[in-house]
Ligand binder design. Structure first.
Ligand code: SF4
Length: 168
């Protein structure tokens, strides 16, 4: 598979910027978060990613071609210790897992801020009372990623199931 080097570079920069932004939020909560290495609750079956992220993961994990998952349930990239075997190149959706989240719901008459957090963390972290700077805002990074997909997908917003990346 030939992959555009510019895409690899732009996505790599995207993930660096994303991880920095996540670290800024995480530092407020790391002592109170129950999720982490070995926790697989968010690693469910059926996750989809933009095609650009799929290409990035495939490019950086060539040894996984035709690999066989060790677990029958959940994401196929969990190993026997429930750790992610593509962790360094995992997609956007996997990087914010566990954080307190906020987003704007403008489906009604007026825009409302919504919040949520993983059930494993909700007892220790009261997501509703946190200042905004301590909550991951869903929007800006999704837009950046969508624009990369638009650019390198020639206008097609194609999504790919994570589990299909190394089949065939
Ligand atoms: S890619 Fe890794 S972090 Fe993402 S759902 Fe699968 S195992 Fe979990």
């Amino acid at each position: 598979m030939v992959i555009d080097q510019n895409l690899l570079n732009e996505l790599s920069d995207f993930y660096k910027e994303l991880d920095k932004a996540i670290n800024r939020i995480e530092k407020y909560h790391k002592d109170n978060m129950n999720c982490g290495k070995g926790c697989k609750d968010c690693c469910i079956d059926g996750i989809t990613v933009f095609e650009v992220e799929a290409k990035y993961i495939k490019h950086h994990n060539p040894t996984l071609r035709n690999f066989k998952p060790v677990n029958k349930k959940g994401c196929p990239y969990l190993d026997e210790k429930n750790e992610c075997i593509i962790y360094e190149t995992r997609p956007y959706i996997c990087r914010t897992q566990g954080l307190p989240l906020r987003w704007i719901d403008d489906s009604g008459n007026e825009a409302v801020e919504m919040r949520d957090i993983c059930p494993l963390n909700e007892k220790q972290i009261n997501v509703e009372s946190l200042p905004q700077k301590q909550v991951w805002y869903i929007g800006p990074f999704e837009s950046k990623l969508a624009s990369l997909q638009f650019k390198y997908g020639k206008g097609k917003m194609k999504r790919v199931e994570l589990k299909t990346l190394f089949k065939g």
